[in-house]
Design a protein around this ligand. Structure first.
Ligand code: GTR
Length: 327
């Protein structure tokens, strides 16, 4: 379902407005890393349609899927610069630019996905939005990205000792290098788009991600062991460039914000279904999925990562404890 070429959404309203001699539509290039059919891209396309309809064609988001506008770290910079208007960003690679978001990259920071939603939809989410806005990004809503687990081409990981000698691709953030180090493996930061080939050629032995990404990226074709560690639960935003946002009228801001909130709600529903389906699909395709025998061993190994993080970022300690206190 994820296959297919990039579809650029050009709503009919734009043409109608132009024919009627109305002001030219403001085109908003929208960056998405995932392919068509992926919950985030389906939701972004709905966002685009609703923004176009709601603003009567004044704003025309165009969704570029498959990361064709650049890697995630590049796209974050392009959105900050206003060269791309909107991005659906994971908070993982965001940490290099907005340090507070690194709290979301601490392994096991959330107990489960419901707790993450409660935190991000409330005052805690607002604190992250404030930090993002200081770096030129307006977070309009929060999408789900499930939880991430390790997979590899060699063997099932049951205890941290099984990580030893394996090289794992991680997203671009030093915290993940520390995380894998502490578990006894080797980490290599790498762009998402390079992982498939690197797994295939043996440059890396594994990576870590949620089921829908594991499936849609085709990593499951090569990495036949998926071990459920659930070590990271990282939310994603629909983020608009402040440079673009500042030119939008208050009335249109309201329309765009509502469309982003609706898109996130849609994405979360699609996500829950797609996650279960992707799990079954990869099992049907011959992937061996195992639960780790001692999750606590993985959690305990993260203590030095937390200690070092708090030492380097004492101002973020209260954010950590506030998240942990969310019911
Ligand atoms: C996915 C996430 C992407 C990207 C990717 C990765 O789960 O939705 O934004 O961060 O993981 O591993 O690079």
């Amino acid at each position: 379902m994820f296959k297919g070429s990039v579809r650029v959404l050009v709503p009919a309203l734009a043409a109608t407005c132009l024919m009627a001699g109305m002001a030219q539509a403001e085109t908003w290039r929208t960056w998405a890393i995932h392919p068509e059919g992926y919950p985030n891209v389906v939701a972004l396309e709905s966002f685009a349609e609703n923004v176009s309809a709601g603003t009567e064609g004044r704003i025309e988001p165009q969704v570029y899927a498959n990361g064709v506008l650049g890697s995630q770290p590049d796209a974050i910079e392009q959105v900050r610069a206003g060269a791309i208007a909107v991005g659906n960003f994971n908070m993982g690679p965001m940490g290099e630019i907005v340090p507070a978001t690194n709290v979301l990259s601490l392994p096991f920071i959330f107990r489960d996905i419901d707790q993450m939603h409660t935190a991000m939809d409330g005052e805690i989410g607002q604190r992250f939005s404030d930090a993002l806005s200081e770096q030129g990004l307006v977070a309009l809503s929060w999408m789900d990205s499930g939880s991430r687990s390790f997979y590899n081409t060699k063997r099932a990981i049951k205890t941290p000792a099984d990580m030893e000698g394996l090289k794992f691709r991680v997203m671009n953030n030093d915290l993940y290098v520390q995380m894998v180090d502490q578990l006894g493996g080797n980490a290599t930061p790498m762009a998402y788009g390079e992982v498939y080939q690197s797994l295939k050629t043996g440059v890396i032995d594994g990576a870590e991600n949620n089921y829908p990404s594991f499936e849609s990226s085709n990593h499951y074709e090569v990495a036949k062991y998926y071990s459920v560690t659930n070590h990271l639960i990282i939310p994603e935003c629909i983020c608009v460039s402040s440079r673009v946002w500042d030119k939008v009228s208050d009335a249109d801001k309201e329309i765009v914000t509502q469309a982003a909130l609706d898109a996130a709600e849609m994405q979360r529903e699609l996500w829950a279904k797609e996650s279960d389906k992707a799990r079954q699909d990869v099992i049907d395709a011959g992937v061996s999925v195992n639960e780790v025998t001692d999750p606590k061993a993985f959690q305990d190994a993260m203590q030095p990562v937390y200690a070092q993080f708090i030492q380097a970022n004492p101002d973020l300690e209260s954010l950590i404890t506030d998240i942990q206190a969310v019911e």
